[in-house]
Design a protein around this ligand. Structure first.
Ligand code: OFO
Length: 169
C-alpha cells in the first residue's frame, strides 16, 4: 500500500504533468499565431507527450489500488517575447520538472517503495531526454539569432517531428 505522503506527491505530480501539457498547448497556440507552424507542430506533440506522462502516473496509482485525486490546473502563460523566449521558458520548465521528479524518486527511496522508485526512474531517464531535446532547439535558435531565413529552416525541421522523441506511455 502506498504511503499517504507518497500518494499525495504522486497526485501532485499528475497535476504538474497536466500543467506541462497545458503550457505546451499554449505555446502551440502562440506559434500558430505567429505562423511558425513547425514550432506549433512540435509543441503540440510535446503537449500530447505530457498528457501521456500524467496518465502514466494516473494508471499506476489505480494499479496500486490508490485513489487518484485531480486538482485544478492553473492557467499557463499565453505570450512570449519571441520564439527563443518560448523555448527558453520550455527549457526552464523542464528543469523544474526534473527537480520534481528527483524529489519524488528520493521520497520513494526513503519510503523503500521499490515499485514507485522504478516508475520514477523511467521519468528520470525521460527528463534527461526532454531537457536535451529542448536545449538543442534553444541552441539552434540562438545560433541563427535574428536571421529570419535561419528561423524558417529550424521551423521546417521541427515540422518533421512525427512522434514524441521519447514515447510517453
Ligand atoms: Fe513530463 O516530461 Fe516534460 O515536463
Amino acid at each position: 500500500m502506498l504511503k499517504p505522503n507518497l500518494l499525495a506527491a504522486l497526485n501532485q505530480q499528475i497535476n504538474e504533468e497536466y500543467y506541462s501539457s497545458y503550457i505546451y498547448q499554449s505555446m502551440t497556440a502562440y506559434f500558430a499565431d505567429i505562423h511558425l507552424d513547425g514550432c506549433a507542430h512540435w509543441m503540440r506533440l510535446q503537449a500530447e507527450e505530457e498528457h501521456a506522462h500524467a496518465l502514466k502516473i494516473f494508471d499506476y496509482l489505480i494499479s496500486r489500488g490508490a485513489r487518484v485525486v485531480l486538482a485544478e490546473v492553473k492557467a499557463p502563460p499565453k505570450e512570449w517575447a519571441n520564439p527563443l523566449a518560448a523555448f527558453e521558458a520550455a527549457l526552464a520548465h523542464e528543469k523544474f520538472m526534473t527537480a520534481n521528479i528527483t524529489k519524488l524518486a528520493d521520497l520513494a527511496q526513503t519510503e523503500k517503495d521499490h515499485a514507485t522508485n522504478n516508475l520514477m526512474q523511467w521519468y528520470v531517464t525521460e527528463q534527461v531526454e526532454e531537457e536535451a531535446n529542448v536545449d538543442d532547439i534553444v541552441s539552434k535558435i540562438k545560433m541563427v539569432g535574428t536571421d529570419g531565413a535561419g528561423l524558417f529552416l529550424i521551423d521546417r525541421e521541427l515540422k518533421t517531428r512525427t512522434v514524441a522523441p521519447a514515447a510517453g506511455a
